[in-house]
Design a protein around this ligand. Structure first.
Ligand code: C2O
Ligand code: CU
Length: 430
């Protein structure tokens, strides 16, 4: 196992994620932030400098769970003040597909996120085989700034953030035009190929191979559905846990979820195919995001012969689906039900105590309950909250203070805020 040292600076910058220029929060001048790639057992050390001039920042390593490196502002640490640096140090002990994101105000929705991928340790093997790997980090994008959104959410009457303008794949989307205009009457063809920020993602593959697609969603609001033209997907990992493989035509992905799926490139190799991400469970006001599965040696921009799969699986819900995420632990998802959970024999009978899935994020369906079970074996202070950013901002979350007497030595810089505190800590004379 190695230590991987990273030096990051968070800052505001102009960017055009969907071909419209806005201000977002990036890292080292990149959006999305740099991908962290490590092996199980490695220690990640991130020296994080806050280059935002007038607000704090923190970063949460979603799915990891080290008490003083959890990056939750006002829960596990003070927000890092402008121009100050905080060092995150944590061990990635479990291989899998993860991501990281801001956890202060609504900074995640402002673009502060990136992928975190943990390979098996040297000498270990994944329980499935593949020839190559592709990474899809999914998000939604609003043209309104998070500052406008936050004011709206706390105004009376409340102003809801509404639907996103675009969906992004690896930080790239197309607003108000379609890559597949020929298949979508009434839309204009994007000329996105020329814009380095919003040119569509091209996923190069060789025919007759198996690829591992790593997929994670850090959306502010949208629940997503993913489909790939003509191809089936075999799900093998969820939230960093291996699952008994199962085959699907398309899949729902909620904010906070991550998956690995295997895809075999066994279709007509003279064509490319669409990877399509749509909004799930609402009237689709937001156009699907498209990427190209590029069978080599076809040109990357060769448009697929068949229309994008309809990933908009439309279903009108009467209320919202809330994906709840637990910091510091995985939990078993024991079951779902309607109405209130009463814990009576009928409810108990619905629980799967034999082979429940192990996750760190699970949905609660409208007017329903979800039963989770986890072992409180990680002393610390852990957030448990809806992963929909405006819901969290409005308070939809709780904190588990777990075995606080066993937390151990608290790093001073986690609990003392600002330059004055740092000076006092160092014993400097003021
Ligand atoms: Cu990815 Cu507290 O969340
Ligand atoms: Cu919610």
């Amino acid at each position: 196992a190695k230590a991987r040292h990273l030096k990051w600076e968070v800052g505001h910058m102009f960017w055009s994620p969907d071909c419209e220029e806005k201000v977002l929060i990036g890292i080292n001048g990149q959006f999305p932030g740099p991908t962290i790639r490590a092996k199980a057992g490695d220690t990640i050390v991130v020296e994080l400098k806050n280059g935002l001039h007038t607000e704090g920042v923190v970063i949460h390593w979603h799915g990891i769970g080290t008490p003083w490196a959890d990056g939750t502002a006002a829960i596990s640490q003070c927000a890092i003040n402008p121009e100050e640096t905080f060092t995150y140090r944590f061990v990635v002990d479990k291989p899998g597909t993860y991501f990281y994101h801001g956890h202060y105000g609504m900074q995640r929705a402002a673009g502060l996120y990136g992928s975190l991928i943990v390979d098996v340790a040297d000498g270990e093997e994944e329980p499935f085989k593949y020839d190559g790997e592709l990474n899809l980090l999914l998000s939604d994008w609003y043209h309104d700034s998070i500052y406008n959104q936050m004011v709206g959410l706390s105004s009376s009457p409340m102003r809801w953030i509404g639907e996103p303008q675009s969906l992004l794949i690896n930080g790239r989307g197309q607003f108000n035009c379609s890559l597949a205009a020929a298949h979508t009457p009434g839309t204009k063809q994007c000329t996105a190929g020329g814009n380095r920020h919003c040119a569509p993602v091209i996923l190069p593959v060789q025919p007759n191979k198996t690829y591992r697609l790593r997929i994670a969603s850090t959306t502010s609001l949208a629940s997503l559905n993913l489909a790939i033209g003509n191809h089936k997907l075999t799900v093998v990992e969820a939230d960093g846990n291996y699952v008994e493989p199962f085959v699907v035509d398309d899949m729902d992905i909620y904010s906070g979820d991550s998956y690995s799926v295997l895809l075999t490139t066994d279709q007509d190799p003279s064509s490319n195919y669409w990877v399509s991400i749509g909004v799930r469970g609402r009237a689709p006001k937001t156009a699907p995001a498209l990427a190209l599965l590029n069978y080599r040696p076809n040109r990357g921009f060769k448009l697929p012969a068949i229309a994008p799969p309809n990933a908009n699986a439309l279903q009108h819900n009467v209320s919202e689906v809330h994906p709840w995420h637990l910091h510091g632990h995985d939990f078993w998802v024991l079951g779902y039900g309607e109405g209130a959970y009463r814990g009576d024999a009928a409810d108990a009978a619905r629980l799967n105590l034999a082979n429940p899935p192990l996750r760190n994020t699970a949905v609660i369906f409208p007017y329903g309950w979800t039963a989770l079970r986890f072992v409180a074996d990680n002393p610390g202070v852990w957030a448990f909250h809806c992963h929909i950013e405006p819901h969290l901002h409005m308070g939809m979350g709780v904190i588990f203070a777990e075995a606080i007497d066993r937390v151990g030595k608290v790093p001073k810089e986690a609990v003392s805020c600002g330059a004055t505190a740092t000076a006092l800590m160092n014993g400097d004379h003021l």
